[in-house]
Write a protein that binds this ligand. Structure first.
Ligand SMILES: *Cc1c(COP(=O)(O)O)cnc(C)c1O
Length: 222
């Protein structure tokens, strides 16, 4: 299967999950995760119409983005250190992995135009070590509200891997419920939920995902 065929197959599964959940297809945005794949693979996906791409490492992204068409949009989905905030703020349209006030402040210092971010939350307390604890999210949202350029648009999570994708459902539901609670508590609109990867994006869509981050099902195994 070519990258173009894979994109089509992923699109069918997204549309099916939206239909099953009674959601409109345009509520869900597909991020093609091109980490560890060459610029040629990105160009192939771009030729098939994909515009939004995700990367998880700054240096790799910096090299790759310079080789790719200009009309593409890039989101950072991996952990970001504060000392790389300046580069990241200039490369990416959205940062999905904000998990500390230090990082928020560093980003805000370096951007001259509004920068949308998501607060990454470790909802399960296991698996990925990145992300703040659920109890810390409100403070981060308040800190983002005090920034001049950084704007928080929602939450992101990476659930622990389980062979059965259904097992991820509780974590996706937990992120949605946390979002609902934080919207009430902080009065900040949090429309975006970034959750679901190749293995379980259909479940994430059923639980309210607005961004799904799909790598291997589009570009092949890494
Ligand atoms: C690699 C990665 C993905 C994509 O994972 P696949 O299983 O290849 O779809 C999604 N989100 C994050 C944060 C990643 O690092």
């Amino acid at each position: 299967m070519s990258i173009s065929d894979n994109l089509e197959a992923v699109e069918v599964r997204i549309a099916e999950a939206c239909r099953k959940a009674g959601r409109s297809r345009d509520e869900v945005k597909l991020i093609a995760v091109s980490k560890k794949k060459p610029a040629e693979a990105v160009c192939e996906a771009a030729a098939a119409g994909q515009i939004l791409f995700g990367e998880n490492r700054i240096q790799e992204a910096q090299a790759k983005i310079s080789l790719c068409p200009n009309h593409l949009h890039w989101h950072l989905i991996g952990h970001l250190q504060s000392n790389k905030a300046k580069i990241a703020a200039n490369l990416f349209r959205m940062i999905h992995s904000v998990d500390s006030e230090k990082l928020l402040r560093a980003l805000d210092e370096y951007v001259a135009t509004p920068l949308p971010v998501l607060v990454q939350v470790n909802v399960s307390g296991e698996g990925s070590k990145s992300g703040c604890a659920p109890e810390e999210a409100a403070a981060l949202i308040e800190a983002a509200n005090a920034c001049s350029q950084v704007e928080v648009h929602g939450l992101m999570t990476i659930p622990p891997f389980t062979p059965d994708p259904e097992k991820a459902r509780v974590h996706f539901a937990a992120l949605r419920e946390l979002r609902d609670r934080l919207q009430d508590e902080t009065g900040t609109p949090l429309p975006e939920l970034s959750m679901g990867m190749s293995h379980e994006f259909a479940i994430a869509i059923e639980e309210g995902a607005t961004f799904v981050r799909v790598g291997s099902d589009i570009f092949g195994m890494r």
